[in-house]
Design a protein around this ligand. Structure first.
Ligand code: SF4
Length: 351
């Protein structure tokens, strides 16, 4: 008996290979992508340019399965947070962040995460599940549908939600292929950013996919980074920054460094200088993120004045710096927080 495949898990090349293995024309995959992703038709009967015999075979081979949206919260600042059921009683979050003309969707790639970054809410739970490509694409499709009701659309995608994208590369880069396919959604690769905690040997995959690179830096030297991000013990700052330089050279793009300001740990003016020394040879911008406090993290958010001093020092030295506003505070802004409220006890969630 043939196994059902979830259509949303397959890139066009994979779909074409399935057809080719059955002696069918590869271009059928293009036709199907156009129907499903462009025209949003999933009923094979309605796919009028496919021959009847070809069409008849499809319902026995493919299903269309997306993660089920279990909640959608809207913040007063325009941020929207979605919670998706990805099976086995587990959920992931996606967040839509409005900014000027942009509408950026932050997608999740895993439930839990093995990287154990100390400041991260998601990192407190071990990896429970790696999402499939379809579960990632499904986050985009459903968030975009929700925006479309208000006449808006997603303009940028960042892989910065729950999970380390390079710990689930097959699904992440499969999803990127699906999202960017010209016959389907045709999302621009230039508008997609993959953020990593620093799995150095796989960072070339980001360059190869033609998407942008963001790196969670979060420390100005190895000693502090070993403490806040244990992955640094495996690949240290020298190795990480070499990989960033390589990406910048090969892609011609600037690298985004994310830097979380933790009170008394990563927020001094001396550390701002150290950060600049680390990255000044790499075309980059630095996103400063004042820590978003969550229970039992053990860290605190620095005072606004400390944040300003850190930012000003970097600017004085010549860095391109952005201060990330904390958005969606009223809807569980810290990544993974909504999931933990929901999981296992949805009946208790009052929002
Ligand atoms: S910051 Fe990212 S990589 Fe680190 S534990 Fe959290 S989800 Fe994982």
């Amino acid at each position: 008996m043939q196994e059902f495949r979830n259509f949303y898990d397959l890139t066009m090349d994979e779909l074409g290979a399935l057809f080719a293995a059955d002696g069918k024309e590869k271009f059928r995959a293009q036709q199907l992508f156009k129907w499903v992703y462009d025209k949003k038709v999933t009923d094979f009967e309605q796919m009028s340019n496919l021959s009847k015999t070809f069409r008849a075979d499809l319902p026995g081979r493919f299903i269309f399965e997306m993660p089920r949206k279990v909640s959608e919260l809207k913040s007063v600042d325009g941020t929207r947070k979605f919670l998706f059921d990805v099976g086995d009683g587990m959920t992931v979050e996606s967040v839509l962040i409005p900014n000027d003309e942009r509408m950026t969707l932050c997608v999740s790639s895993e439930v839990g995460c093995n990287m154990a970054c100390r400041f991260c809410f998601t990192g407190k739970q071990k990896l429970k599940k790696r999402l499939t490509a379809g579960q990632i694409v499904g986050q985009f499709i459903q968030a975009n549908e929700s925006l479309a009701k208000d006449g808006l659309r997603i303009t940028n995608i960042v892989f910065m939600g729950m999970g380390e994208p390079l710990d689930n590369p097959e699904a992440v880069f499969g999803a990127i292929e699906i999202l960017c396919n010209d016959f389907g959604i045709n999302f621009s690769r230039r508008k997609i950013t993959v953020s990593t905690s620093g799995i150095v040997p796989l960072m070339h995959m980001i360059t190869d996919a033609g998407v942008r690179l963001a790196v969670s830096l979060n420390a100005s030297n190895d000693e502090i980074r070993d403490f806040v991000m244990p992955i640094n013990k495996k690949w240290n700052l020298t190795e990480l920054l070499d990989a960033c330089s390589k990406h910048a050279k090969e892609s011609g793009d600037r690298v985004t460094f994310e830097y979380v300001l933790l009170k008394g740990v990563t927020d001094s003016v001396e550390q701002a200088r150290e950060v600049w020394k680390l990255v000044r040879h790499i075309p980059c911008k630095i996103n400063i993120i004042p820590f978003n406090e969550h229970p039992s993290s053990g860290f605190e958010r620095p005072a606004d004045e400390t944040v300003r001093r850190f930012q000003n020092e970097l600017i004085r030295l010549g860095a391109h710096v952005l201060l990330r506003k904390t958005m969606g505070r009223d809807i569980f802004a810290a990544c993974g927080q909504l999931t933990s409220v929901y999981e296992g006890r949805p009946e208790t969630m009052t929002v």
